[in-house]
Design a protein around this ligand. Structure first.
Ligand code: ATP
Ligand code: MG
Length: 201
């Protein structure tokens, strides 16, 4: 096959692809808030969510972030995004349960955190809300999945919500519009590399 043949076949294939893509774009005609879940054992859930925060801020949107498990507010994303206009940032966790070992307290913390998240979810001024590690209190039954899903469904029509965390509960799987599962193929930590600034925190 000479170069002209190859070029011609490539163009035809791309033309056919273009028709299919244009038709799919035409079919997607609705504007609405989207519920996204980033789950799985691989790295990249929270950092993907914060990528969307940057996108949203670039468009001048209002963003709310609620971090459910982590107690620290000195991560790179917290230091950077908290300074940006248009961002409301709540650190609602006290670390993992193996740090606190106090079940009643963990439940109280989760429920207090959820009440704060609900205030944002009821406020149409927020265009994008990130509920980071929300799956963790759900998975431990510190929050009731049905109540959480009901609140998510009742949110303002144009509000986007991103939920991150491992162990996606079935009720949330059902309610979400977009779900991505990060697959853990390798992680430097297992080879003995400590969490690195700018990559892991
Ligand atoms: P990131 O915040 O980097 O996007 P994540 O949100 O997908 O990660 P979490 O479960 O929230 O993952 O854990 C956050 C921290 O744990 C990060 O420092 C991350 O690098 C690390 N981590 C994530 N996945 C793994 C893994 N499979 N093995 C070891 N460490 C991991
Ligand atoms: Mg995370």
């Amino acid at each position: 096959m000479d170069d002209n043949d190859r070029q011609g076949r490539y163009r035809k294939r791309m033309e056919r692809k273009q028709v299919v893509i244009d038709a799919a774009i035409d079919r997607a005609e609705r504007e609405q808030g989207v519920l996204l879940v980033l789950t799985g054992n691989g790295k990249g859930k929270s950092s993907s969510a914060f990528g969307m925060v940057a996108r949203a801020l670039g468009h001048g949107l209002r963003v709310g972030v609620a971090q459910f498990v982590k107690g620290r507010d000195d991560t790179g994303e917290a230091c950077f995004f908290r300074r940006q206009p248009g961002v409301t940032w709540h650190v609602l966790g006290e670390g993992f349960s193996w740090d606190t070992q106090d079940l009643a307290r963990a439940i109280r913390t989760a429920q207090r955190g959820w009440a704060v998240a609900c205030e944002m979810l009821r406020d149409p001024a927020f265009d994008l809300i990130v509920l980071d590690e929300l799956t963790y209190p759900l998975r431990n039954h510190w929050l009731e999945p049905a109540a959480v899903v009901a609140e998510l469904r009742a949110r303002p029509l144009m509000q986007h919500v991103v939920i991150t965390g491992r162990g996606l509960p079935p009720a949330l799987r059902e309610a979400a519009d977009t779900i991505t599962e990060m697959c853990d193929i390798k992680h430097a930590f297992r080879a003995g590399v400590r969490a690195q600034k700018g990559v892991d925190l």
